[in-house]
Design a protein. Structure first.
Length: 544
């Protein structure tokens, strides 16, 4: 490698390429965490995308960048470089030619790592560039596969070591892939491991059938479940630290024809403690919502199907209100995240601790703010509403398709309309849509049909963004998810309409005339900003 490049710094390369200014680099350096590399800090703070970083390094250093998604990797090279070295330095050996090994590196300017490799392997190292996620996923995939024959031999010897190792790998891969759930599915001839990423399941690997029992036993031991019980479903949880990140796992087992199926929900604790300002609410909705939840009393409802991010919004709301001088108590089923300074009660129907019973007891504990995980029946709804009327701030969730649909749902539960009317402060409906991948995002002119759709919602648009599909998003064009919301603030005129038994279409007309933005409005506004696509918005929001 040319020595001239050995002295270059990443900041200088980005400046030369005209991507960042000196001021932006200084600002990123000041805000970066201790020990964090500049490249990682710039990505985290949103100054550059991973694709831009790879292109700059490729251009300025004359080093090729590769995509490991379908790269033909020589697995025998894994023996030369231990897995922990590969993980620590974010690199992966790819192929060997004569006395040279081609190594994919996240930071090809890490000359210490290159020198160490040349010393330890005795080969000349030729770096190529790959993204961080790409390398971590490839390390998990290729180093794990190399162990499979060994695992089978060990399994024959009835040793638990392979099960422990495989389970660690499965969990680590889940965290790297930013999966929300891991499915371990027993089939007739093997076990398939599937990950739910951005709401979509995909198979990542299969494991020999003979390892099934030890793998299931390992999972049960981790989550304190009964190993001997294989005929009944079980639920457990465990908290681990993976890659220096605290992770909560919820484990569920289900007996199937081919053995027990396991689903592990990954609750990434660093991801949930978000501020309200980080939850994709439009500035207008954020201001209204913050005002609504800072009232001394009232009922605030979040609605939407399972997996629409309601829990994250609930916790962000409670975190905002969490101060020393207020007593916050929650009753949840199950307690998903444990929060400091908040008293959380876990529902246990087996011993008769229901939402309603828990809520009754909470009221004797002098709370200021109460959160009820979900309103499922009349009794819970009534106590929640009466609590809101007696000077408490109450948060809860309901499964309805829109914000306004929560009102008839409460009436259907046989609750006196005047109670509902007097207690309700705000209802927010929420859905998650996939975000356009930043690395392959491009804009194209909007079609006539698209322009007409936007025009119908009084939005003018000339172009829309979409992802071409790249290595970073596994050719899907999407990476990550964001929320779209509609927020209904109950005003006095609406209360009057509800008391006079006005029909839902009349109420809907009133809130529309009053300028409320519905899910589709918020979604299309986010399409206009280039954050998501029309297909995604129409998938979760119906046209009004």
């Amino acid at each position: 490698m040319a020595t001239t490049n050995r002295k270059r710094k990443l900041g200088d390369l980005l400046k030369d390429a005209g991507i960042l200014t000196e001021f932006e680099i200084v600002e990123a350096l000041e805000r970066k965490k201790d020990g964090q590399k500049l490249g990682d800090a710039l990505l985290e703070q949103g100054y550059i995308t991973e694709q831009q970083l790879l292109e700059v390094l490729e251009l300025q250093l004359g080093i090729k960048s590769v995509s490991l998604y379908r790269y033909p990797v020589d697995r025998t090279l894994m023996e030369l470089i231990p897995k922990d070295v590969a993980q620590r330095n974010l690199l992966l050996p790819l192929t060997q030619q004569d006395n040279t090994i081609l190594v994919a590196m996240n930071d090809p300017m890490d000359y210490y790592a290159i020198d160490d490799l040349e010393l330890s392997t005795g080969f000349e190292i030729k770096p190529v560039i790959a993204s961080k996620d790409d390398i971590l996923q490839a390390i998990n995939k290729f180093y794990d596969l190399g162990d499979s024959e060994l695992e089978e031999e060990e399994a024959e010897a009835h040793d638990d070591a392979p099960a422990i190792r495989i389970m660690d790998q499965i969990l680590q891969t889940g965290v790297h892939l930013k999966a929300s759930d891991i499915h371990i599915d027993p089939n007739e001839v093997n076990l398939s491991i599937r990950y739910r990423i951005d709401g979509v399941l995909r198979t990542e690997r299969t494991i020999p059938k003979r390892l099934q029992n030890s793998l299931i036993a390992r999972t049960k031991i981790l989550s304190n479940l009964n190993i001997t019980e294989t005929r009944l479903p079980q639920d457990g949880r465990v908290r681990l630290v993976l890659d220096d990140k605290p992770i909560d796992l919820r484990v569920s087992t289900l007996p199937t024809v081919f053995g027990e199926k396991i689903v592990i929900r990954i609750l990434d604790l660093s991801n949930v403690f978000k501020k309200l300002s980080e939850l994709d609410l439009s500035p207008e909705n954020l201001a209204k919502y913050e005002k609504a939840i800072s009232q001394p009393s009232g009922l605030v409802l979040l609605t939407g199907p399972t997996g629409s991010g309601k829990t994250s919004t609930l916790y962000a709301s409670i975190n905002k209100l969490n101060r020393e001088e207020v007593n916050i108590i929650t009753v949840e089923d199950p307690v998903e995240y444990q929060l400091d300074g908040i008293n959380q009660v876990q529902v246990n129907t087996g011993i008769g601790l229901t939402f309603a019973k828990g809520l009754r007891s909470i009221l004797r504990q002098d709370p200021n703010i109460i959160m009820v995980g979900e309103i499922r029946d009349r009794e819970t709804a009534e106590i929640a509403i009466r609590s809101a009327l007696t000077g408490h701030m109450v948060f809860s969730t309901l499964h309805t398709n829109s914000a306004v649909a929560a009102i008839p749902r409460l009436f259907d539960m046989d609750i006196e309309p005047y109670l509902v009317v007097s207690s309700l402060s705000a209802i927010m409906a929420q859905r998650l849509v996939k975000k356009v991948c930043k690395d392959c995002k491009h804009t194209r002119p909007a079609t006539e049909m698209e322009k007409n759709l936007f025009h119908k919602y009084e939005i003018e648009i000339e172009e829309v963004a979409e992802g071409k599909g790249c290595n970073s998003c596994k050719d899907t064009g999407y990476k990550g998810r964001m929320a779209i919301n509609e927020l209904l603030i109950i005003d006095d005129f609406m209360r009057q309409m509800m008391m006079n038994n006005n029909s839902m279409p009349e109420i809907q007309r009133y809130i529309k005339e009053n300028g409320m933005k519905f899910l589709i409005d918020d979604g299309l506004a986010k399409v206009k900003q280039g954050q998501t696509t029309i297909e995604e918005v129409l998938r979760v929001a119906t046209e009004e």
